[in-house]
Design a protein around this ligand. Sequence first.
Ligand SMILES: [Zn+2]
Length: 133
Amino acid sequence: MSPKEAKSRYRQIMAEIAKVGLCLPGSLVERTSRCGSAGCHCHTDPTKRHGPYPSWTRSVGGKTVTRTLGPDQVERYKPFFDNSRRLKELVQELEALSVQVVSEAEGWGTPREGSHNVGDTPDNVSSTTVQGH
Ligand SMILES: [Zn+2]
């Protein structure tokens, strides 16, 4: 990739990022719940829990915070979760581009499969973190 190509790709990514809009952390999930009345079947039968209700769960300071959303709220805020996902993709693209630019500038080359001394963290060792979606 020529520096000129890299620059135009960079501009594209940044233009996309600028368009993303509000981003909500965490994920939109369907949750079932138990109610407050002790005699209700939801307390004894796990298949008879109430719901499912759409909920927004996210991690705040190591704790999971859940908020149940009404249908109108789901409609209003669902795009913000999609935005968040889009932003993450764009950041990954930006990082990949940056790695390529820096590697080419420094003549580091592309890590080849089968070689054992290409970097500090080989791709096949615990580099796949599971993301909360
Ligand atoms: Zn109940």
